[in-house]
Design a protein around this ligand. Structure first.
Ligand SMILES: Cc1cc2nc3c(=O)[nH]c(=O)nc-3n(C[C@H](O)[C@H](O)[C@H](O)COP(=O)(O)OP(=O)(O)OC[C@H]3O[C@@H](n4cnc5c(N)ncnc54)[C@H](O)[C@@H]3O)c2cc1C
Ligand code: SF4
Length: 402
């Protein structure tokens, strides 16, 4: 077992914040492009050159306002967005073989400033008398809630879990985003006068439709898909979301981790699981993937991170069964040369989430709006936020124009 100090180091921010001097220096490298490709690449279209310019002139509050006006989840996106394939990937400096502007760290510099000082940047609009129900307090639902409150509509959010925030609170890798930041970001939105009912699972949209002027559904995806192989129910086999949620809601040393961990799957969630298993103290943590290296669905930089963390990779190995007498002791896989056994005492299943099937909603009802993972099949925080914002705009138009 690792010491508490080592565990804290292992889960410290992977991208530490910039100092004020470093932020100023970085902001002054920006070319403030017209039709900036970084802004175009961002699903919420944050005016990146505008917020960077405000950092350069020392106006951090104004900078944060530009960011959060476009993206209610600007705090979590600054920490967890895949910027390598979005804004920073689009920065013109890449074409000059230079490093792109550190947009995420600059965004964090500005948004941390207002979060730490609890500065309130937005106010609720004058009451319209209209009521909107939101199902799911993840980034999609709460982004929608925030913008509806700014327009003066009354908003009630229903959330199954005890805490709001969706996967921001329960799923994002601990070294990227911690639950206290996710919850502080949510609180900022709730402070606009959003009514939140936690511990409430909505089972039917019909009742909400009878009581509210519009309903937004942002329920995310369902649980991890099953492998469908013998031995899957043995102790020591766990799905990635349960493993990560436990880690994010308990002191680090309370999350059980095997000595030899195998993670089945090669998407971004599988990478999060394998790196966090390693950081918890597993002697070996290995990705097992049925296809080849080139077909891994995870982002390239996530793969690089797992390699840097010392994780192993077994490609072209299809799981056949979990072996063990009372607890997982190995994973039998089919390889090009036949069946092989990978010895392990923990198997983490990370082969994607299924749809959330418990709640049905009409696809073309004029009062029903949908966004986030449950609508796009599973993307990023920034997509959920963008879709929540877009839905709030549509709901506002419908409520004010009849
Ligand atoms: C392990 C993991 C790591 C990720 N890492 C990143 C990352 O680093 N960066 C990034 O940008 N994205 C990441 N993502 C993706 C990102 O978390 C999601 O795209 C985003 O959270 C989707 O937001 P959402 O609001 O649509 O859904 P969710 O965040 O899933 O929120 C949906 C909410 O609805 C609630 N709910 C569901 N059904 C009901 C019901 N019937 N009644 C009431 N409440 C209900 C749920 O409890 C949940 O709180 C990751 C995803 C996973 C699984
Ligand atoms: S593309 Fe790069 S240089 Fe141009 S505005 Fe965006 S961050 Fe600045």
């Amino acid at each position: 077992m690792l010491s508490d100090e080592q565990l804290a180091r292992n889960f410290a921010d992977i991208a530490p914040p910039l100092t004020s001097d470093a932020a100023l220096l970085e902001a002054n490298q920006c070319l403030y492009c017209h039709d900036a490709p970084c802004t175009i690449a961002c699903p919420t279209h944050i005016d990146v050159p505008a917020f960077i310019k405000k950092i350069a002139t020392g106006n951090l509050r104004g900078s944060a306002r530009v960011i959060l006006d476009a993206n209610p989840f600007g705090h979590s996106c600054a920490r967890a967005c895949p910027v390598e394939v979005l804004c920073e990937g689009a920065c013109v400096l890449n074409d000059r073989d230079e490093q792109p502007i550190k947009i995420a760290l600059l965004q964090r510099h500005a948004t941390d400033y207002v979060l730490e000082r609890k500065l309130k940047l937005f106010t609720p609009g004058a009451a319209t008398g209209k009521r909107v129900a939101i199902v799911g307090a993840g980034p999609a639902g709460l982004a929608c809630a925030r913008d509806l409150r700014r327009q003066g509509h009354a908003v009630t959010v229903f959330e199954s879990k005890t805490q709001p925030g969706g996967l921001n609170t329960y799923g994002i890798a601990e070294y990227k985003l911690k639950a206290d930041i996710a919850l502080a970001e949510v609180q900022d939105i709730l402070d606009l006068g959003v009514e939140l009912k936690t511990g409430v699972t909505v089972e039917s949209i019909d009742r909400l439709l009878a009581e509210y002027d519009a309903v937004f559904v942002g329920v995310g995806l369902g649980s991890t898909k099953k492998l469908g192989i013998p031995g899957e129910d043995l102790p020591g086999v766990i799905d990635a979301l349960t493993f990560i949620e436990h880690l994010k809601t308990h002191p680090y040393r309370e999350t059980p981790v095997g000595r030899h961990v195998v993670v089945v799957g090669a998407g971004n969630t599988a990478i999060d699981a394998v790196t966090q298993a390693k950081r918890l103290g597993a002697a070996t943590a290995t990705i097992v993937y049925r296809r080849g290296e080139a077909e891994m669905p995870c982002y390239h930089y996530e793969y690089e991170l797992a390699k840097r963390d010392g994780c192993g990779f077994r490609f072209n190995a299809a799981p056949l069964r979990v072996l063990g007498n009372g607890a997982a002791a190995g994973l039998e896989v089919r390889t090009a040369i036949g069946a092989e056994t990978i010895a392990c005492d923990m198997v983490i299943v990370a082969i994607g989430q299924g749809e959330r099937t418990a709640l049905a909603w009409p696809k073309d009802h004029p009062k029903v709006f949908v966004g986030g993972d449950c609508a796009n099949g599973g993307a990023e925080i920034v997509n959920a936020a963008a879709e929540g914002v877009a839905a709030a705009k549509k709901i506002h138009e419908r409520l004010t124009n009849g």
